[in-house]
Design a protein around this ligand. Structure first.
Ligand code: PLP
Length: 426
């Protein structure tokens, strides 16, 4: 037995505090096991996971199919680098492009790397295909976005805490309000140098802001009209989380991203991460068709670990689980129940004012200021009552359980959540 297993939670928290950078502020819960919708702490207490590692664990913790794929590949070949071929990457590339309906994929590891990759492809496309003059390309982004933590990505964030003293920043971004189609048209039409529009179909980190029903489809139409790339960051919303394979699929739960229904907006560049591996391994991807992806030539972009054989088999297993277990359909069904039940409670609640979301990406708004610690205190109480969730922004709590949850489990969780909220009624 290792020395760690004998330590109590306070000791474990203390060593992190002493030896780890303080770039997070976790709830004081120390986990050492997960299975499906549950996680356990080091003292054996069982919790419902209502964060799913920010929607990376859509397929549930330690899904046996994903773990099996990972373990057997890890015992065979883990990394070749892209200096050579490996026998899994091409198979995965064919699988994932067919699954999402694109010609090509560029494999990376984290969400932020995939966003960076998409921005680079978009700029290169603008110079080499659209004919934008050197160094003039502009990419439109939305206020309150979250796309990751690199210097370029925080250059167009408006979270001051994420930006302060990290400058100088990268130029070439125009920020417009989210869910404002007129602002988008104005920005797109303002200059021939607009290369792309980068958007989250639902703003997760900002507090689960769901735009108007037709916003994404209209945004895509404007991009097409002005020859601007429509870039969807589905790192959090993608892979069944919002009740369809992708959030851009609107109201369709089939296993393929396709053009079957009118709310569908095919991205020119699709960015995936998080649940692409079911939380087992860092796997991200950028998908696009040939006329866009072919602007990237050997030596112009890369990653030592991107496209490694473990990532390839893990991602294939993770996507198979999504279709085999009808996770989009389940997310849609349970999400509806969740919002209906929470809405019933909110009618008479003085502490929760609103529930919003799509599929199993939901949030409740707490009746207190953004700076208050009420949402944090509620999350502490939820943990005590056996359910783990985390505030996104001051007074907003996100609820995003693994999509393998059963209806009975969800009803159990709704009871825990409403019971806990009632303890905060004034
Ligand atoms: C989490 C997230 C990212 C960044 O992913 P990392 O793997 O943390 O780098 C990018 N975009 C969105 C929408 C996300 O939710």
């Amino acid at each position: 037995m290792s020395i760690l297993e004998k330590m109590n939670p306070a000791d474990i928290i203390a060593i992190e505090d002493q030896h780890g950078a303080h770039n997070y502020h976790p709830l004081p819960v120390v986990l050492n096991k997960g299975e499906g919708v549950f996680v356990w702490d080091v003292e054996g207490k069982k919790y419902y996971d209502f964060l799913s590692a920010y929607s990376a664990v859509n397929q549930g913790h330690c899904h046996p199919k994903i773990v099996d794929a990972m373990v057997s590949q890890a015992q065979t070949l883990t990394l070749t680098s892209r200096a050579f071929y490996n026998d899994k990457l091409g198979v995965y590339e064919k699988f994932v492009t067919n699954y999402f309906g694109f010609d090509k994929v560029l494999p990376m590891n984290t969400g932020a790397e995939a966003v960076e990759t998409a921005l680079k492809i978009c700029r290169k496309w603008a110079y080499e295909k659209k004919g934008v003059a050197e160094k003039q390309a502009q990419i439109i982004v939305c206020a309150n976005n979250f796309h990751g933590r690199t210097t370029t990505i925080i250059s167009f964030s408006n979270d001051e805490n994420a930006r302060k003293n990290f400058g100088p920043f990268t130029d070439g971004f125009i920020k417009i309000p989210y869910d404002d189609i007129e602002a988008l048209e104005k920005a797109i039409a303002s200059s021939p140098n607009i290369a792309g529009f980068l958007v989250e179909p639902i703003q997760g980190e900002a507090g689960v802001y769901v735009p108007s029903e037709d916003y994404i489809a209209k945004a895509k139409d404007l991009c097409t009209k002005y020859n601007v790339l429509f870039i969807a960051d589905e790192v959090q919303t993608g892979i069944a989380r919002t009740g369809s394979l992708l959030a851009v699929c609107g109201n369709c739960t089939c296993e393929k991203a396709c053009e079957k229904q009118n709310t569908f907006a095919q991205p020119d560049i699709l960015i995936l991460g998080k649940a692409l591996s079911g939380g087992a391994y860092p796997v991200s991807a950028v998908l696009a068709n040939n006329e866009i992806m072919n602007v990237i030539k050997p030596g112009q972009h890369g990653s030592t670990f991107g496209g490694n054989p473990v990532a390839a088999v893990v991602a294939m297993a993770a996507l198979e689980v999504v279709s085999e277990e009808n996770l989009a359909q389940n997310a849609r069904k349970l999400g509806k129940i969740f919002r209906e039940e929470l809405n019933k409670y909110i009618q008479t609640s003085s502490i929760a004012t609103l529930v919003r979301g799509k599929g199993l990406l939901n949030a409740i708004v707490i009746n207190d200021t953004e700076e208050s610690d009420t949402a944090w205190n509620i999350c502490m109480k939820l943990a005590e009552n056996g359910l783990l969730a985390k505030p996104t922004h001051g007074n907003i709590i996100r609820f995003a359980p693994p999509l393998v949850m059963s209806e009975a489990q969800l009803l159990d969780c709704i009871t825990i959540i409403t019971k806990t909220l009632k303890e905060f009624e004034i």
